[in-house]
Design a binder for this molecule. Structure first.
Ligand code: FMN
Length: 182
């Protein structure tokens, strides 16, 4: 089959959807982010690429941020936080929050899995900045776990398809990692 070149911004691979949180102007603020990934094993690091957003000010000021993994039940609120800026509208009432070990890291009560992160590095990429954080603590609830780990059948995360800007749930298990290739 002949390959055709397509728009690099529509590469059509599903991406995780998270809410990045920080305290800005003494209030919790969250944005939606899809350009996020674990990037180091020990210490456990996570990186998120952000444009010039209101949330960034809080990340820089407090040298910390949260990564909250929403379930399909929070699609509307997540999308809202991805459309509206805290610069124009106060988003502090969108979610009920709690605080863990780090004083200025707002964590979302309703999200099945949330992480508090300490900022360890910022990398300027041109348009975006890569914020790299060390995961200090991860919180979940018994009802979202199986055998001591978050169970995606219970946490029900969703992914973003950027080729047509749609959200998708996950399907059925397709294999077993570090096993099927043996
Ligand atoms: C599904 C979705 C994913 C997004 N992913 C990112 C991302 O990875 N990086 C980014 O800089 N902005 C991303 N955005 C845009 C920001 O969430 C949006 O500009 C937000 O309003 C910024 O909020 P703030 O100004 O309160 O910080 C995304 C938006 C949506 C709807």
């Amino acid at each position: 089959m002949e390959k055709i070149k397509i728009d690099p911004n529509a590469f059509g691979y599903p991406m995780p959807v998270v809410l990045v949180g920080s305290v800005v102007d003494a209030k919790p603020n969250f944005l939606a982010a899809a350009w996020v990934s674990r990037v180091n094993y020990k210490p456990p690091l996570i990186a998120v690429a952000l444009g010039k957003h209101y949330t960034n000010g809080g990340i820089r000021e407090n040298k910390s941020f949260s990564i909250n993994i929403p379930s399909v039940d929070q699609i509307k609120e997540t999308d809202y936080c991805g459309i509206v800026s805290g610069k124009q509208k106060d988003k502090s009432g969108v979610f009920e929050v709690f605080y863990g070990e780090l004083k200025h890291v707002p964590l979302i009560n309703a999200c099945p899995v949330v992480m508090e992160c300490r900022l360890v590095r910022e990398v300027e990429l041109g348009f975006d900045t890569l914020f790299i954080g060390e995961i200090v603590n991860v919180y979940s609830e018994e009802r979202f776990m199986t055998g001591g780990s978050p169970d995606i059948r219970k946490t029900r995360p969703f992914v973003l398809n950027m080729s047509d800007n749609t959200y998708w749930t996950l399907g059925t298990q397709a294999g077993k990692a570090w096993s099927d290739g043996k």
